[in-house]
Design a protein around this ligand. Structure first.
Ligand code: NAP
Ligand code: GLV
Length: 309
């Protein structure tokens, strides 16, 4: 069996070693133009030339959860696209979102500013019932985040495409209930995949439906958010703030308003990182199962190209 590794901005050596250890019978190599045809590929933002040269691949394993960038390329028609299915990301995402929600709710950002001024002062405790949190996307990451937020006793709402049931979470689904979902929430967490149906979904109309003092946490993709609409709603005072981990252009260009806006906290796309060992174990396990005759239908994380996730 031949496996080719083609990941932009990723040092190949430790990945190759990890796959060679996990799959001792396989030939595992980094891709170079003109490489021999492989059975499986491990990719992140591969060049189009790679895909054009490897039309026979049985599966492409993406070393991230989101496949929006991959699906923009011309992909071989018979090849399954498999994304990471958690692989250590959901706990990181739950940690990040709970931190952002509690930092806002408890006003830790304001305490940090007070302390920097040498000021010892207290703020009035707030009622968490007044901070209902909505999670857009109840997949692998959204479910874990919603459940983690419940542990802090926030009212939690969720929204997905198809019906979902989650203990302690008021679940909505589909376009018809979207506005009802938004108006139930004061804090909004975005964990949707970026698809034609969800691009620009965080805009002036939708964000204005959040309760006054609303707070946005975008940890999915920059293409979900209309940047100027967020700034307008923050400046008008309808929204109280935002934590943003993802951006239309990454790295965020110097001079972009998000760098300096007083109500915006940014991080450099780091809320849930790809963990190498976990990812290698997951992908190698799937390759072994497929090599032993398992059907692709039983492999978690196979992407539906029509839906785009
Ligand atoms: P997932 O398991 O595929 O879950 C996606 C969820 O979104 C599902 O609940 C799905 O609904 C829902 N959804 C999709 N399209 C929708 C629509 N049009 N309307 C309503 N709901 C819709 O994905 P995941 O593993 O949780 O990852 C989610 C996203 O997080 C990724 O695509 C990626 O962009 C982002 N991400 C970011 C980072 C980071 O570091 N910032 C790290 C990892 C991932 P159904 O349940 O009905 O299918
Ligand atoms: C990171 O953003 C991912 O999609 O895994």
């Amino acid at each position: 069996m031949r496996i080719v590794f083609c990941c932009t901005d990723t040092k190949p050596a430790p990945w190759l070693e990890g796959f060679r250890n996990a799959l001792p019978g396989a030939t595992v190599e980094a891709w170079a133009p003109g490489a021999a045809p492989a059975d499986y590929a491990v990719v992140w933002a591969p060049p189009q030339q790679f895909l054009d040269e490897q039309p026979q691949l049985k599966a492409l394993f993406n070393i991230g959860a989101g496949v929006d960038a991959l699906l923009k390329l011309k992909l071989p028609t018979g090849t399954a696209i498999v994304r990471l299915d958690d692989a250590g990301m959901s706990v990181q995402m739950a940690e990040y979102v709970c931190y952002a929600v509690t930092r806002h709710f408890r006003e830790f950002d304001a305490y940090e500013a007070d302390i920097r001024q040498g000021q010892w002062s207290f703020r009035r405790p707030r009622n968490r019932k007044d901070f209902p949190v909505g999670v857009m996307g109840l997949g692998v990451l959204g479910q874990r985040v919603a459940q983690a937020l419940r542990l802090f006793e926030f009212p939690v709402y969720g929204w997905s495409r198809s019906p979902r049931m989650l203990d302690g979470v008021v679940c909505h689904h589909g376009g018809e209930s979207f506005h009802r979902f938004l108006s139930s929430c004061r804090v909004l967490v975005n964990l949707l995949p970026l698809t034609p149906a969800t691009e620009n979904i965080l805009n002036r109309d939708t964000l204005a439906r959040l309760q006054p003092g609303g707070y946005l946490i975008n940890v999915a993709r920059g293409g979900h958010l209309v940047d100027d609409d967020l700034v307008a709603l923050l400046d008008s005072g309808h929204l109280g703030g935002a934590t943003l981990d993802v951006f239309r252009t990454e790295p965020l260009p110097a001079g972009h308003v998000f760098w300096r806006h007083p109500k915006i906290t940014i991080t450099p796309h780091t809320s849930a990182r790809t963990l190498r060992d976990e990812s290698i174990a997951q992908i190698a396990g799937k390759i072994m199962a497929l090599a032993q005759g398992e059907s692709m239908d039983n492999v978690p994380g196979v992407v539906d190209r029509e839906k785009g996730y």
